[in-house]
Design a protein around this ligand. Structure first.
Ligand SMILES: NC(=O)c1ccc[n+]([C@@H]2O[C@H](COP(=O)([O-])OP(=O)(O)OC[C@H]3O[C@@H](n4cnc5c(N)ncnc54)[C@H](O)[C@@H]3O)[C@@H](O)[C@H]2O)c1
Length: 338
């Protein structure tokens, strides 16, 4: 069964969904929608979608559509996704799932009640580099995971409706959720808005775990250069993941500190720095969004739960909400419930 799809929101990101849905044999592009008629027209010329509309109700009510993709501003995700589910459509929502926890909980329960697929586009989970990191961790190549430390900065795009926390940290939270089984128990965030009337454009967030693991994310829309660099430190090996590298995005270093008991004639512990080889694993070259769209179609067809299902979206929104609360309270620790 080919999944017949509609896309709502044809701004910056929506056209990428339209392109991938059109290109895949698992999906068929049936409808496109944007409240801005010019954006509909631009895509109408490029793709042969039978339904082109500025009113999402035309897609909710169309019997030709099985699933809807929502790529509108975050504040609109909840109401559009809820209407889509209540019209009997499977739903793929852009990240973050909603603007608050109560909305995310409601979408998850409605999708369950109606027996429909709800997936959030945590697109990095479908990125070959991130999938390789998960594989390296699950095969114990890195040993015990000690830290995740990322920098995700560039100049713009300033979002008007969400802060940099909800726009960029959501990517790191989704990666950590995917590669590590443990969940944070508390978060601390410092953030600043440097442009009057705009949301925070720089933030530093730390996630605390019950184990020795710690995660830190630095995001910024006001940086002179683009950096997308993550370190994952393990007790046996460490990874440097640079998403801007064209070829060797992941480098695995056999480096660390070995601590041994001192010789009988010496006192205390001995530190040895291990400076072993580095290797860059081969990665698939598939576009992450293609994998995400095809995974969604497969879940709709088979009724299986997506990797980034509603619960996964809810976990991330819970952390984003806690991060915003911490930022409002001057960076104090905010506990995160289940
Ligand atoms: N997965 C990713 O890596 C990624 C990257 C960028 C953006 N996004 C997400 O995609 C979503 C959209 O972001 P964007 O940058 O494309 O925003 P955008 O402002 O460029 O586009 C949003 C579009 O939605 C339309 N729209 C708004 N409300 C509507 C409604 N009720 N009905 C129909 N159309 C409506 C607007 O006219 C606009 O064209 C956001 O949730 C964002 O977080 C995800």
């Amino acid at each position: 069964m080919v999944v017949r799809c509609g896309v709502i929101g044809l701004g910056y990101w929506g056209p990428n969904l339209v392109r991938n849905i059109s290109a895949s044999s698992a999906t068929q592009l049936v409808g496109i929608c944007d409240q801005d008629a010019a954006k509909c027209e631009a895509l109408r010329r490029q793709y042969a979608a039978p339904v082109v509309t500025y009113d999402p109700h035309d897609l909710f009510n169309s019997p030709m559509i099985d699933a809807l993709f929502i790529a509108t501003p975050v504040a609109t995700h909840y109401s559009l996704a809820l209407s889509a589910l209540r019209s009997g459509k499977h739903v793929f929502v852009e990240k973050p799932l909603t603007s608050d926890v109560a909305q995310a909980e409601h979408l998850v329960s409605e999708a369950e009640r109606l027996g429909l697929t709800l997936m959030v586009d945590h697109v990095f989970v479908y990125n070959p580099a991130v999938q390789k990191i998960r594989e390296l961790i699950s095969t114990n190549m890195l040993g015990q995971i000690l830290y995740y430390d990322s920098v995700r900065v560039n100049l713009g795009l300033f979002q008007h409706d969400v802060s940099v926390i909800w726009d960029l940290i959501v990517h790191d939270l989704s990666i950590v959720d995917y590669i590590i089984d443990e969940r944070p128990t508390a978060v601390l965030t410092n953030a600043r808005a440097h442009v009057i009337g705009q949301p925070e454009n720089i933030a530093y967030m730390t996630c605390i775990f019950a184990s020795q693991m710690i995660a830190h994310f630095h995001v910024n829309w006001l940086a002179p250069v683009k950096v997308r660099r993550t370190l994952v430190g393990g007790s046996r090996r460490m990874i440097v993941y640079d998403d801007l590298e064209p070829d060797e995005k992941i480098k695995v270093y056999d480096r660390g500190v070995d601590i041994t008991q001192a010789e009988p004639d010496q006192i205390g512990l001995q530190f040895g720095y291990r400076l072993g080889d580095m290797f860059a694993p081969m990665l698939r070259r598939t576009e992450a969004l293609k994998t995400a769209v095809e995974h969604f179609a497969e879940c709709v067809r088979t009724g299986t739960s997506p990797i980034t299902d509603g619960q996964c979206g809810l976990r991330t929104v819970r952390l984003l909400e806690a991060a915003s609360r911490s930022a409002q309270n001057g960076g104090s620790a905010v506990a995160v419930g289940a």
